[in-house]
Ligand binder design. Structure first.
Ligand code: BES
Ligand code: ZN
Ligand code: ZN
Length: 500
C-alpha cells in the first residue's frame, strides 16, 4: 500500500472516497464544512438535521456525493468533542475508516486533515491506526479470505504541513509494520514457529534491517551456565535457542545500552504441571514478549536512534516429555542462584532469569523485559492494561511515558519487599511460585532477584498480547503489545518526545 501527501484543495482531489472527520461541536461557520455544504447541496446540514451525523466518536456515514467534488463518495467519521480529540482518537479513526472503506471495496482513498494537533504526530498516529486496523489473522484460510485491498491512501494537508506529514507517514509506517510483524509471528502455530524457526526469522530480520544476530544452541547455552533456561527446555524435543540481536548506532549520544528481554515460549503446555485442555490452544502466544523484542529491534534499526540496544529472547517449548523437569527439581541459574521448581508451569520466569542475567553480562545498563507471564495479570487488569513493575521508579516512569505516547496502556503494580516472602524456599535460594496471592507481583519479584542492582522494568503482557474483541484499530487476535512502547522508549532516550 502506498501512502502519500497531497497539498492542494481538498475538493479538487480525484478520489474514490474522501474521509472527513466531523466533530460534535462542528458548526456551519467552519471553513471546510461551509465549503462542503455548498459543493454538496447541503449534505452536512441535512445529515445533521436527520440525526444521522452527530459527530459522536467513530460514528460513520458513508454516502455517494452529488455535486461539485473530486470525490465520488464521502465517509464522514465522528471525531467526538474537539477538546477531547487526541492521538488515540486519531488512531481509532484511522482504523475504523480504513476497515469500513476496505469492506466497501475502495482501492484508493483520501483523508482530509481537520484537527490542529501537531501535524507530524497526528499523521503518524493516523497511519498507525490505518495499518494496524487493516491487519488480518486469516493467513491460513483458503476460503473467505480477505481479498479486498486498499492500494493507495492520500493525506490532504496544507502546503506548509507537507514535510511534517511526510515524516509522520514514514514513522507511522515503521511503527505499524513492526507491530504487524510481531502479530504475524504470534499468530503462527507452534508447529510452525519452533524455537529453531523463531531464530531463523530473527536471522532474516537482522539481515534485512542491518542488525547483528547470534543464535546460541543448547551447547553454548549450557556453557554459559543457564541451568534455569535449560531446565524448562528439557521436556521438549525441539532444541532450545537463545536469540541475540544487537543494534549499534552510527553515533552514540549517551553511553547507554538498553537490554530488551522477551519471553519466547513457543508453546506452553504447562510441562509436567500440565494445563487444563480448555483454551490451551492460546498458549502458542506465549512467545509474544520475545516477538515484541524482535519487532522493536526492527523498528529501531529503521529509525536509528543514537543508543545501543541489545535484544535477548530465550526460546523453547514447555512440554511434558519423558526427560522433562519435574516439580521438586532444583536448577542453578546463570547468576549462580539455586531455584526450587514447585510448578513447571511457572516457566516464563525461569527462562527470563537467565535472559536477564545474560543481558547484564553483555553490558545492558537498563533492562526491560516483556512476558505473557501470569494468569493473575489477566484477572487483575483484563485485556486493557498491561502490568508494569520494576526496581527503579525513574525507569518505570520513562517506560510509562513511552507507552502513553505510543497508545499502549501500562498500569503500575506495587513491588514492596513484603511480597518477596512468598517466594522463599526451604531448600534453595528461591522458589518459582509464590502461591495464589498477588501472582503477578511475586512473579516480578522472582525476576528482580536476577536484575538487581541494574535498573530494570518488567511488563506482564499476558492479558494484552491477544484480544478476543475487535478494537477500533486492532482486529481480533495478537496485538503486538509492547513493540511500539519499546521503539518509542529508544527514541525518547535520544531526546524525542511526542505530544499526547
Ligand atoms: N504463560 C502462562 C501465563 C498465562 C496463563 C497467560 C493463563 C494467559 C493465561 C504462564 O507460563 C503460566 O502458566 N503462569 C502460571 C503461573 C503459576 C503456575 C504460578 C499462571 O499464571 O497460572
Ligand atoms: Zn506456564
Ligand atoms: Zn508461559
Amino acid at each position: 500500500m502506498k501512502i502519500t501527501t497531497h497539498s492542494g484543495a481538498y475538493h479538487e482531489r480525484r478520489t474514490e472516497a474522501l474521509v472527513v472527520p466531523i466533530f460534535e461541536d462542528d458548526g456551519l461557520e467552519d471553513v471546510l464544512i461551509s465549503d462542503l455544504e455548498r459543493r454538496t447541496h447541503q449534505l452536512v446540514s441535512n445529515l445533521k438535521k436527520s440525526g444521522e451525523l452527530t459527530g459522536k466518536e467513530l460514528e460513520t456515514v458513508y454516502a455517494y456525493v452529488p455535486g461539485d467534488l473530486g470525490a465520488r463518495r464521502i465517509l464522514f467519521i465522528g471525531a467526538g468533542k474537539r477538546q477531547e480529540y487526541d492521538l488515540n482518537t486519531v488512531r481509532r479513526i484511522g482504523g475504523t475508516a480504513a476497515r469500513l472503506l476496505r469492506s466497501r471495496n475502495a482501492h484508493e482513498v483520501a483523508f482530509v486533515r481537520r484537527s490542529t494537533l501537531e501535524v507530524e504526530s497526528a499523521t503518524q498516529s493516523l497511519v498507525e491506526g490505518i495499518l494496524l486496523g487493516l491487519f488480518e489473522i486469516g493467513t491460513y484460510r483458503t476460503e473467505e479470505k480477505e481479498d479486498r485491498f486498499i492500494e493507495q491512501i492520500t493525506l490532504i494537508v496544507k502546503p506548509d504541513e507537507a514535510p511534517g506529514a511526510e515524516r509522520g507517514i514514514e514513522r507511522g509506517q515503521i511503527m505499524a509494520k513492526a507491530t504487524n510483524y510481531v502479530r504475524n509471528l504470534v499468530n503462527e502455530p507452534s508447529s510452525v514457529l519452533t524455537p529453531t524457526e523463531f531464530s531463523l526469522r530473527a536471522t532474516e530480520l537482522a539481515q534485512r534491517f542491518g542488525l547483528d544476530v547470534d543464535v546460541l544452541d543448547e551447547q553454548r547455552i549450557k556453557e554459559l551456565g543457564m541451568g534455569s533456561f535449560l531446565g524448562v527446555a528439557r521436556g521438549s524435543d525441539e532444541p532450545a535457542k537463545m536469540i541475540v540481536l544487537t543494534y549499534t548506532p552510527e553515533r552514540l549520544s549517551r553511553d547507554e545500552t538498553f537490554g530488551f528481554v522477551g519471553k519466547g515460549i513457543t508453546f506452553d503446555s504447562g510441562g509436567i504441571s500440565i494445563k487444563p485442555h480448555e483454551g490451551m490452544e492460546r498458549m502458542k502466544y506465549d512467545m509474544a514478549g520475545g516477538a515484541a523484542v524482535l519487532g522493536a529491534l526492527r523498528g529501531i534499526a529503521q529509525i536509528r536512534p543514537p543508543v545501543r540496544v541489545i535484544g535477548r529472547v530465550p526460546a523453547t517449548g514447555n512440554m511434558p516429555g519423558g526427560r522433562a523437569q519435574k516439580p521438586g527439581d532444583i536448577v542453578r541459574a546463570m547468576s549462580g542462584k539455586t531455584i526450587e521448581v514447585i510448578n513447571t508451569d511457572a516457566e516464563g520466569r525461569l527462562i527470563l532469569a537467565d535472559g536477564i542475567s545474560y543481558a547484564r553480562r553483555l553490558g545492558a545498563n537498563k533492562i526491560i523485559d516483556l512476558a505473557t507471564l501470569t494468569g493473575s495479570c489477566v484477572v487483575a487488569l483484563g485485556t486493557v492494561y498491561a502490568a508494569i513493575m520494576g526496581n527503579n521508579q525513574d525507569l518505570i516512569d520513562e517506560v510509562i511515558a513511552s507507552a502513553r505516547e505510543s497508545g499502549e496502556k501500562l498500569w503500575q503494580l506495587p513491588l514492596d519487599q513484603e511480597y518477596r516472602e512468598q517466594i522463599k524456599s526451604e531448600i534453595a535460594d528461591i522458589k518459582n511460585v509464590g502461591g495464589r496471592k498477588a501472582g503477578t507481583i511475586t512473579a516480578a519479584h522472582f525476576l528482580r532477584e536476577f536484575a538487581d542492582p541494574t535498573p530494570w522494568v518488567h511488563l506482564d503482557i499476558a492479558g494484552t498480547a491477544w484480544v478476543e474483541e475487535k478494537r477500533p484499530y486492532l482486529s481480533v487476535g495478537p496485538t503486538g503489545m509492547g513493540t511500539r512502547t519499546l521503539i518509542q522508549f529508544a527514541c525518547r532516550a535520544a531526546g524525542e518526545h511526542l505530544p499526547h
